[in-house]
Each structure stands twice: as structure tokens, then as C-alpha cells.
Design a binder for this molecule. Structure first.
Ligand code: HEM
Length: 410
């Protein structure tokens, strides 16, 4: 197949059903696939994706190397202009920064997200999951995502950061509105929604910071406020960091809870294996991240001429890092399309690699560990209740829109 023969339409129903067939065809091309819509070279092989993600000369943004005029022109090209709040708090944050600024911001919050610190949350997650399932105990059939999974990550991240529980449903709405605008094919309506959501989110967080100043708590927001008062980060950086943490792990964890549950239902032998040996949960969860990476696409810019996937590129080239595709690369994984809960080693890249490696990976894994362990203890049987689920359309997110299951208590 040649580049011209390959059909790549990330907004299509076919792609949502099975992006991996397209990724596989891309991987077999002689050189990376050029995706004109976003002026990017799409990388699908693990070796190429890893090489770019771990290369410090590959950056998420070229803004600090550009004149003001060139930066504004670049913003217009991707329709990220005229969005004052989005520009302040979403386009400028820990994830979008590099070098010394990135290091400073990441160091301020890193300690809270180490495996040991996150392990302290286990009991709180368990208590919340048990209470949520208690409330569903009369139902034999429910939407795993809307009725259950969607409530957990926001509550846990909110708790860590210091957002009162009653605001968690709103956090999800804001997060999803902002994340949708990262995807390809974004329209003017998505743009208005993303700007409005960012503004409301900002005002909400600014109020919360004011409250913390009056009465400090044992939470991350209070710590960020202390760092701010000590001159270690600006007011905008404080808000943008809190917003990023609340957003980055929200929809992604909900999506992989949905696709992870779907995988267990599609591969009943694997589900049985996990039930028979609950200690396999750690490798099972990592396999869920590999099998359906919920954030399958990020990008980098080259800051110098380079050779990637056997082809030379000039400085300024934009690469698409298809983490979801790399996770199915047969050169990296045996039987990559098989969902294998005991897969070891499992060097997947669902959380990225290098300087921007996901800060919340231990938290996401702990949420999943507690949830799937608890479901298998409480239910003797879990089955699909309404046929195969539809997956969301787009390139940047991956997960089922809904997932109706029927359950038989243990
Ligand atoms: C299944 C859930 C998650 C997935 C798949 C995921 C994936 C990722 C990926 C791939 C990146 C790197 C982006 C790049 O390479 O450009 C990233 C960065 C990040 N993630 Fe996650 N994430 C998840 C959950 C979380 C959670 C729960 C949090 C926080 C509570 C979080 C916070 C962050 C932050 C702050 C960054 C930016 C790190 C930096 O730039 O240094 N993520 N995530």
C-alpha cells in the first residue's frame, strides 16, 4: 500500500470501530505517513515514537523560539487564537512548557504523585468505590460508564487537590469541553465551548484559592498557594497547574475504565484468569492501558534537523506520536492484538516517555486496581447487556461512549 492509497479519516465511524487496522497499514509504509490536515508526520512504530518522546530537542511547542508575530500566526493556523482564557491557562501550562520552566513546575508537584504517596489514597478510593456500588446494589443492569466509572476519577483527583465533592460532575464537563478542542476536526462551536469552560474553570479555581488563603487545608491547592506566596510560581501558573491536574486524568481514566471493562468482556478467558488469581491485577491493569491507550495521540516539534523512521526532516517539523499505535507494534509486543492480562514484560507507552511522562500514572493505575478488584469480588458474573459498544470518534481520545452491563452479585 502507498501513502495515497491509505484511508485515514480519524473522525469516521470505521476508525472509531478499529483504529488499529489503519495504524497497522501506516506502520507498513516505507516512511512515516504525512497527515496534511494537521501538517504532521504520524509515527506508529514504538522505536520511532519512543525516540521522539525521549529526545529533549523535540518539544511540545516552539513558542519560546518564535517572535510574537510568528507565534500568533502559528496559533491562527491551528485555530487557537482569540481565546484569552484558553491561551492563559490551557495553552500555557506544565505540559506545554519545556526546559527550566517545565522542570520548575513539575518539581513543585512531582512529590505528591510518586507511587508511595499515591498508595496512601488506596483506602479513600476503596471507600468511595464501595459506597458508589452500594448505591447501585438494587440494579442488575446499568451503564458502567455513566452510572459508575465516570464518578470515580474526578472524586479522587478532586480530593487530592482540594475540590469539594459536589463540584466533581462540573469538573468533568469542563474537562471534556477543553479536551475535545485538542482533537482534529475541531469546529467553531468546540472553540467557543473550550474558551467558556476554561473561563468558568479559572473563576472556580481562583475562588477556591482565595478560600485556601483564608483557611489552609492539607491539600495540593494549599501547597501550590504556599509555593506561589514564596515566589516559586505565578498566579496564572498556579491556576494552570491545578487545572491541568484536574483535567489530564479525568476523561482519560474514565475512558480506560470503560475500554478495560470492555476488554474483559470481549476476552472472557482473561477475565476468568483474573477472577481465579486476583494477584494478576497489576499486570492486568497495565495491559488495559496498553490495549486501548485512552490518550492515543500527542505531538512534538523538532528543534533541529533529524532523521526519523528512515527519513530526513527539517527543524520545525511536527510529528504525531501515536501512542495507541505504538502499543500494538508487533516489533515490540508478541500478538499485539491479543489482550493478555499476564503480559510481561509490557513496555507500553500509554503514559508517554521522557520529560513529559504522565505525572498521574500511579494514580490512574491505583483507581483501576481498586475498581476491577472490587467488581470481581462483588459480582460473580458481569456481562455485556446491550451489544458491542460504540467508541468515541476522533484521534486524541479513545474509549466507549457507554457500556451497559448486567451483573450477578457474588
Ligand atoms: C489513564 C489515565 C492517563 C493516561 C493514559 C495519561 C496519559 C498521559 C500522557 C500520554 C502524557 C504525556 C503527554 C505527551 O507525551 O505529550 C501525560 C502527561 C500528563 N499527565 Fe497523564 N494520563 C492519565 C492520567 C493522569 C492523571 C490521573 C493525572 C493527574 C492526576 C495526570 C496528569 C498528567 C500531567 C500533569 C501531565 C503532564 C506532565 C508533564 O508535562 O511533565 N494524568 N499523561
Amino acid at each position: 500500500m502507498t501513502q495515497a492509497q491509505l484511508v485515514f479519516d480519524p473522525l469516521s465511524a470505521d476508525f472509531a470501530r478499529d483504529p488499529y487496522a489503519v495504524y497497522s497499514a501506516m506502520r507498513q509504509l516505507e516512511t512515516p505517513y504525512y497527515y496534511e490536515d494537521v501538517d504532521s508526520w504520524m509515527l506508529t512504530k514504538m522505536a520511532d515514537v519512543e525516540a521522539v518522546a525521549s529526545d529533549r530537542t523535540m518539544v511540545r511547542s516552539l513558542d519560546d523560539q518564535l517572535s510574537d508575530g510568528a507565534r500568533k500566526a502559528g496559533q491562527r493556523k491551528i485555530n487557537w487564537h482569540d481565546m484569552p482564557h484558553h491561551e492563559r491557562f490551557v495553552q500555557t501550562n506544565l505540559l506545554e512548557s519545556e526546559g527550566a520552566t517545565h522542570h520548575r513546575l513539575r518539581t513543585l508537584v512531582f512529590r505528591e504523585f510518586t507511587r508511595a504517596m499515591i498508595a496512601r489514597q488506596r483506602e479513600a478510593i476503596q471507600t468511595f468505590v464501595d459506597a458508589k456500588l452500594d448505591r447501585l446494589s438494587d440494579l442488575r443492569d446499568f451503564d458502567f460508564i455513566e452510572d459508575f466509572a465516570a464518578h470515580v476519577p474526578g472524586h479522587i483527583i478532586g480530593r487530592l487537590l482540594g475540590v469539594p465533592d459536589e463540584h466533581c460532575p462540573q469538573l468533568r464537563i469542563w474537562s471534556e469541553s477543553v479536551v475535545r478542542f485538542f482533537d482534529v476536526g475541531r469546529g467553531q462551536d468546540d472553540k467557543a465551548l473550550a474558551e467558556q469552560a476554561t473561563k468558568e474553570f479559572y473563576l472556580f479555581l481562583a475562588d477556591l484559592v482565595t478560600e485556601r488563603r483564608k483557611s489552609p487545608q492539607e491539600d495540593l491547592l494549599t501547597q501550590l498557594m504556599i509555593h506561589h506566596d514564596a515566589g516559586r510560581l505565578s498566579e496564572d501558573e498556579l491556576i494552570a497547574t491545578a487545572m491541568l491536574i484536574l483535567m489530564a486524568g479525568h476523561g482519560s481514566t474514565i475512558d480506560v475504565l470503560g475500554s478495560g471493562m470492555h476488554a474483559l468482556l470481549k476476552f472472557p478467558d482473561q477475565h476468568r484468569k483474573l477472577r481465579n488469581d486476583p494477584n494478576q491485577i497489576t499486570t492486568a491493569v497495565q495491559e488495559m492501558f496498553r490495549y486501548e491507550a485512552p490518550l492515543p495521540y500527542f505531538h512534538r516539534f523538532a528543534t533541529r534537523d533529524c532523521v526519523i523512521g528512515g527519513q530526513s526532516f527539517r527543524a520545525g517539523t511536527r510529528f504525531g506520536l501515536l501512542y495507541g499505535a505504538a502499543n500494538r507494534d508487533p516489533d515490540q509486543f508478541e500478538n499485539p492484538d491479543k489482550f493478555d492480562i499476564t503480559r510481561t514484560p509490557n513496555r507500553h507507552i500509554a503514559f508517554g516517555k521522557g520529560a513529559h511522562l504522565c505525572l498521574g500514572n500511579h494514580l490512574a493505575a491505583l483507581d483501576m486496581d481498586v475498581i476491577f478488584s472490587t467488581l470481581n469480588r462483588r459480582f460473580a458474573k458481569i456481562e455485556l447487556a446491550a451489544g458491542e459498544p460504540d467508541y468515541k470518534r476522533g484521534l486524541s481520545v479513545r474509549g466507549p461512549k457507554s457500556l451497559r452491563i448486567s451483573v450477578t452479585p457474588a
